[in-house]
Design a protein around this ligand. Structure first.
Ligand code: GNR
Ligand code: NI
Length: 173
């Protein structure tokens, strides 16, 4: 497995509409393994392929596991939300492509998600709580949307400016 570099805002790649995957093969599984290692290393609870500069509709999630009790990775290929609750929940979200900035985002509390797994098997599953928030955040990435897009233009521009500066400073060090 290999750790991949994560791109940050305002990289225009993060605005890309990612392409559906044609088939789940060994090359795709290698990408998913590398994404999982990258996510655990960050550390994060979700990662979309576009965050490692690959415009494919692939997500990895692990909102439950930890090092002690064991990892619970979930791989989602071509995920689609087929139902969402009328009830909303608010979560203070962060993003590995927007390091060190957090903001409250309101999303449907429960969603039903149809997807193909690591072996190309199809599933349709109800997700709630943090997993529901996270899967919606990741599907947004596949559609070129980052959580700061839900904030005011003023807040978004301020965050982008700070991340850009921090990214630049990190390159000099
Ligand atoms: O690690 C992450 N934590 C998180 C917290 C609240 C809502 C969404 C997330 S996803 C984020 C990792 C990431 O950037 N995925 O795209
Ligand atoms: Ni993110």
């Amino acid at each position: 497995m290999a750790k991949l570099p994560i791109i940050n805002v305002p990289d225009p790649m993060l605005k890309t509409l990612s392409d559906p995957v044609g088939q789940v093969d060994d090359d795709l599984r290698r990408l998913m393994d590398n994404m999982l290692e990258t996510m655990y290393d960050a550390p994060g609870i979700g990662l979309a392929a576009i965050q490692v500069a690959v415009p494919k509709r692939v997500i990895v999630l692990d909102t439950e596991g930890d090092e002690e009790t064991g990892r619970k990775p979930v791989f989602l290929v071509n995920p689609e939300i087929t139902w969402e609750s009328e009830e909303f929940s608010v979560y203070n979200e962060g993003c590995l492509s927007v390091p060190e900035h957090y903001a409250e985002v309101e999303r449907p509390a429960t969603v039903k998600v149809k997807y193909f797994d690591y072996h190309g098997q199809q599933h349709e599953e109800l997700m709630e709580g943090l997993q529901a928030t996270c899967v919606q955040h990741e599907i947004d990435h596949l559609n070129g949307v980052v959580f700061i897009d839900y904030l005011s233009k003023l807040k978004r521009n301020m965050i982008i400016k700070k991340v850009r500066k921090a990214t630049k400073d990190a390159m000099i060090l």
